[in-house]
Design a protein around this ligand. Structure first.
Ligand code: ZN
Length: 178
């Protein structure tokens, strides 16, 4: 019951073009898989669907209240989608950056929602770690120069604000400005 209400709320706000601050979750079809990483960088819960069974993807989306992102026109013809029960976005462009712009524009996404809050590999919320906690887990030059660290509870990757992080931040800025 709660799930249904959440989904109705989502529709309500999306239809009014109001910027969502929470609860927006995605399931990303493998034909637009590159979107997964970008959504996670922005902090949106994004599940990558690597299967061939569309019905399975639709079932997960319904059960977990996820928006489907796909290039598959067949999915858009399904009754759950045409009736509005399930939100799906048909991605038109082949180029990942343009695809991302389509998603941002369609849902009025906040690109700076929760940047770098999720593991880019596992979609898990990252946990803050002190310098001491990661001393033996990061390269010495990183330990010397960085003070803020995050760890994924699932894969135990350690994240810090290095050059890769800076490059992604610039890209986020670009998305934000359109
Ligand atoms: Zn992880």
């Amino acid at each position: 019951m709660r799930k249904v209400r959440e989904r109705q709320n989502l529709e309500f706000w999306v239809n009014r073009g109001v910027r969502l601050i929470s609860n927006l979750k995605f399931i990303v079809d493998n034909n637009v898989g590159k979107l997964t990483k970008w959504l996670r960088i922005m902090g949106y819960d994004a599940l990558f669907f690597d299967g061939k069974n569309d019905s399975r993807m639709v079932a997960i989306a319904l059960a977990e209240g996820r928006v489907i992102l796909t290039k598959d026109t067949q999915i858009m013809k399904r009754r759950v989608v045409t009736s509005g029960q399930l939100k799906a976005i048909l991605i038109k462009n082949d180029e990942p950056e343009q695809q991302m712009h389509q998603v941002i524009d369609t849902l009025n996404l906040d690109c700076q929602f929760r940047p770098f809050a999720l593991c880019l590999e596992c979609n898990q919320p990252l946990l803050e770690r002190s310098r001491e906690q990661v001393k033996d887990l990061v390269p010495p030059y990183v330990f010397q120069t960085q003070s803020q660290y995050m760890e994924c509870p699932a894969c135990h990757r350690i994240y810090w604000r290095g050059t890769h992080w800076q490059a992604m931040t610039r890209k986020l800025d670009k998305f934000t400005k359109g």
